[in-house]
Ligand binder design. Structure first.
Ligand SMILES: Nc1ncnc2c1ncn2[C@@H]1O[C@H](COP(=O)(O)OP(=O)(O)OP(=O)(O)O)[C@@H](O)[C@H]1O
Length: 664
């Protein structure tokens, strides 16, 4: 649909929104229908803002409103005797609306039967459903302009409006007159939203719907206020009008004046639309219209800017001062208390936070203190336990060390015992060898002595002596000259036989000595045997046979310097010990025999690891001298003086520890 079609059918943008003829209808009585769009006149202040809302609904659903108005008008004509009480005053439900509509249809059918003479009134309905602004619309039946009986009367086919649930609404023929006189659009251009067909159409619900329109915002409700109050206002207005019995007329004028006139600043479009009433112009809009197929939609609307009126500077200053005063009053009455409340709230919150923080700190400190106290309490227990563990550990270590030491002492004692046994065995062997040697020497000397004492050995001795002492033989020859020659010859034979026997015995002895020497060398292969053999060369009975250079060194335990003869004496004592012989060291008085005995004991301790005990038996007069000499020259040797009476010796014995006697 375009504007040309409207031009042909006396319709245009202006006529599209021109429902002024509708407004010229007589308003129904108090309880009859009325134009709730034009009748929503309230106080002047709310009227400005309310007009937009009214216009908005009008713009968005103009066709449906027209049809609604039409329906209501038709209904008012055909149901004058209808019980109108409470129609607008009470909440009209869909069921009631349908029942009322059904009754009206029945009435119309009866009336149409009576007036069935006009075939043009039989209208066909061609429902057309189109979508407009999200609402499902029904397009009324085709309208054809029919020339009848030479008149210019426009005839419509009977149109039936189906509103669902088997309910049809037949458009009365009187609509033709109405459409012509009111310059309304034809049926084909009228769309009825189902919302208005099926929904409740009371003023309360309509005001609620307008107030809930999101496009207008929730706060201002497009100036409509609360639905109930608005409804009451409207109702009061109607009552007032009915009381005065004065026809109240409203008009909504959409004109093209805007095309030619100057468009005020801030206008959305060039089309001017105004809602008129007896009181004057309610609202003037400048709208932009968007064509959408068969419908039009106002996409933007605006109010013209108010003209700026120049005011008096004094009044401006006064207003400014008033405004400043109001600002100050607001500051004093509202802002300061508000900030004070905010500050108080913030301060209280800070106090609460600080208190909470302090509680947390206290709790943390308490926890740390309790932890430290617990630690301190446990420290003594742990210390005692640690000390106990250390004590047990060191006890165990001492026990192990004692066992080790005991085992080592036992092993050392065993080793010492074996060493002493071995040494004693060696000494016994040396002593045996020495005795054997002495026995051989003794037997040898005794045999030589017996040979010398035998008669056969005498000539030999004499022969030896003759060879050495010629004067003795010559002296003995004198008396032999007086002997008998026969005796002389016998003596010679006897001497010869003795010499042969001695030589024979000498050979036997030499053979025995050689055999003994050979056997001794073969049997004594070890070093000890060599020592014994070496020692056997030493004649202990003749100190001159002792070696000039002593093989025995002065022991380090002796803190002094031995003289030459004292060292020889030490050597002799050591040899006697090694030979297993007992010896008596005897010398001139004051030459140091006591010192040599002490050096010999130090030699045994240092070289032989024999630490005693040694028993020194001496006269009581020299015991102190022995003690002092040992302390002076051999401090490494332990001393245990043991002298005195019987009781003193008993006390001394109790203090003797045998374990201390074998160690330095
Ligand atoms: N090598 C030495 N170094 C230092 N002093 C020594 C030495 N030899 C001996 N004397 C000192 O000579 C003194 C005499 O020694 P000691 O009494 O031992 O001799 P003695 O032969 O035992 O005498 P007696 O036959 O009267 O017992 C002691 O005072 C001793 O200290």
């Amino acid at each position: 649909m375009d504007s040309t079609n409207y031009s042909n059918t006396s319709l245009s943008y202006s006529t599209l929104f021109n429902i002024e003829p509708l407004m010229n209808f007589q308003l129904p009585q108090q309880d009859d229908e009325f134009d709730y769009y034009g009748n929503s006149s309230q106080d002047e202040e709310s009227r400005d803002s309310r007009g937009g809302e009214i216009s908005n609904h009008t713009n968005g659903n103009v066709h449906s409103m027209d049809v609604n108005l039409l329906k209501k008008r038709v209904w008012s004509q055909n149901s004058e005797d209808e019980d109108k009480g409470g129609f607008y005053g009470t909440y009209m439900t869909e069921e009631r609306y349908r029942s009322m509509l059904g009754d009206h249809v029945q009435k119309y059918k009866r009336m149409s039967k009576d007036a069935s003479s006009s075939p043009a009134q039989n209208c066909t309905v061609v429902p057309l459903v189109k979508s407009n602004n999200g609402f499902k619309t029904q397009k009324l039946g085709n309208a054809d302009f029919v020339q009848r009986n030479g008149t210019d009367r426009v005839m419509y086919e009977p149109s039936i409006l189906e509103i669902g649930d088997g309910i049809t609404y037949k458009i009365p023929p009187i609509y033709d007159k109405l459409a012509t006189s009111l310059n309304l659009p034809c049926f084909s251009n009228i769309h009825v939203d189902e919302f208005y067909l099926k929904g409740t159409l009371d003023l309360g619900s309509l005001a609620a719907m307008m107030a809930a329109d999101k496009r207008l915002g929730n706060k201002n409700r497009a100036g409509m206020g609360e639905p109930l109050s608005q409804y009451e206002s409207l109702q009061a207005r109607i009552n007032g009008m009915s009381a005065s019995n004065s026809p109240n007329k409203f008009s909504l004028n959409v004109s093209d004046i805007g095309f030619n006139s100057s468009i005020p600043e801030g206008a959305a479009g060039s089309m001017k639309r105004s809602i008129l009433s007896e009181g004057g112009v309610l609202q003037v809009y400048y709208v932009k219209v968007l064509e959408k197929g068969d419908t039009y939609e106002i996409i933007e609307r605006s109010l013209p800017k108010k003209q700026m009126v120049k005011k008096d500077p004094a009044s401006i200053e006064k207003e400014e001062m008033d405004r400043i005063g109001k600002i100050w009053l607001n500051i004093v009455r509202r802002d300061i208390p508000k900030h004070h409340r905010n500050f108080t709230t913030l301060h209280r919150k800070q106090l609460i936070d600080a208190k909470r923080c302090s509680e947390y700190c206290q709790r943390e400190v308490r926890m740390k203190i309790s932890r430290s106290l617990k630690w301190n309490r446990g420290a003594s227990i742990r210390t005692r336990k640690l000390a106990k563990d250390m004590l047990l550990f060191w006890k165990r270590i001492d026990k192990e060390m004692a066992e080790v030491r005991k085992r080592e002492e036992k092993e050392a004692a065993e080793a010492l015992r074996r060493e002493q046994e071995l040494r004693e065995a060696k000494r016994q062997q040396q002593r045996l060898n020495f005795l054997i040697q002495q026995t051989e020497l003794y037997s040898h000397f005794m045999q030589n002595k017996s040979d010398l004492l035998s008669p056969e050995a005498l000539p030999m001795v004499e022969e030896k002596t003759n060879g050495q002492d010629a004067p003795f033989d010559s002296s003995d020859a004198g008396p032999n000259e007086e002997e008998d020659p026969e005796e002389a010859e016998l003596k010679k034979e006897a001497l010869k036989a003795a010499q042969e026997a001695v030589s024979k015995q000498k050979k036997l002895t030499d053979a025995f000595d050689n055999e003994c020497l050979r056997l001794r060398q073969v049997g004594e292969a070890d070093s000890l045997t060599h020592e014994v053999v070496g020692a056997s060369k030493i004649d202990l009975q003749t100190p001159s046979t002792m070696p000039v250079a002593s093989t025995v060194q002065t022991p380090e335990l002796f803190k002094g310097c031995l003289k030459e003869y004292q060292l020889k004496g030490l050597q002799w004592l050591v040899n006697c010990y090694e030979q297993g012989l007992n010896g008596i060291l005897a010398d001139e008085m004051g030459l140091g025999k006591t010192i040599q005995a002490m050096v010999f004991l130090a030699h045994l301790a240092e070289e032989k690891n024999i630490w005693g005990p040694f028993l020194v038996v001496a006269p009581a007069s020299v015991l102190n001298n022995w003690n002092e000499e040992l302390e002076r020259f051999c401090p490494g040797l332990k001393r245990l003086p043991y002298w005195g009476g019987l009781s003193e010796r008993t006390v001394l014995r109790k203090s003797i520890n045998p374990k201390d006697l074998y160690r330095r």
